[in-house]
Design a protein around this ligand. Sequence first.
Ligand code: TMP
Ligand code: ASP
Length: 239
Amino acid sequence: MRGSLLYEGKAKKVYTMLGEEFQLILEYKDEATAFNGEKYKMFRGKGRLNNLISSKVFQYLHMKGIQTHFIETLSETEQMVSHTRIIPLEVVVRNVAAGSLSRRLGIEEGTILEPALVEFYYKEDKLQDPLINDEHAAYLTGLSQEDLEGIKQDARSINAHLKSFFDEADLKLIDFKLEFGKLHDGSIVLADEISPDTCRLWDKKTNRKMDKDVFREDIEDLVEIYEAILKRLEAKVHV
Ligand code: TMP
Ligand code: ASP
């Protein structure tokens, strides 16, 4: 089924699909990077865990009426998705202060942000994905302010769905990053992945960090934590 390698990112490889112009295959890799590639480590089994976790999240969002690129899980490490042109924005939604927000603005980690904050970052490794405002986003992507407003609204409604999804598994959704892409007909859909690489998840009772911060901050073994997330989702959330 797999055609040629189109693109290799830090966490996934993207392949064309033989005979299918409008579909792609995503293969999740076992590598983890942090701080714009400064920190790197191989974690056997990570690709499988993120593929299965992200598949479950996208199936749930589909059930809730969100338009996404996800079609189906093909294997332990691969999924079939619609071919989109990725919009070079990282859309971050924050329910609780942590990470770069706490560092940049001095807001104490754990402070509740109500309503959630939505931010745009320019997806450009060479520039280390800088934080940008709406006017920069319109200039850099060629999208209208109306499209950007639509993306923000989508991000807020995805946040509401994801909060209940993870709550079922006794996890607090602290923040997360989304990417959107354009289908061949020009419509904008949710793309990329949603996994413990792209979300901060804290245990509801103990506030234990159960996401890529365990690698960023050298807290615990990443694979054990991601395995625990998948187990909780399989036990508690039915899609
Ligand atoms: P930040 O606090 O480092 O800005 O991260 C906010 C959220 O976005 C966090 O859940 C991790 C996620 N994220 C990514 O998925 N990719 C990235 O490149 C960065 C910087 C953050
Ligand atoms: N910045 C990403 C992260 O920390 C990964 C990377 O850029 O290497 O999640």
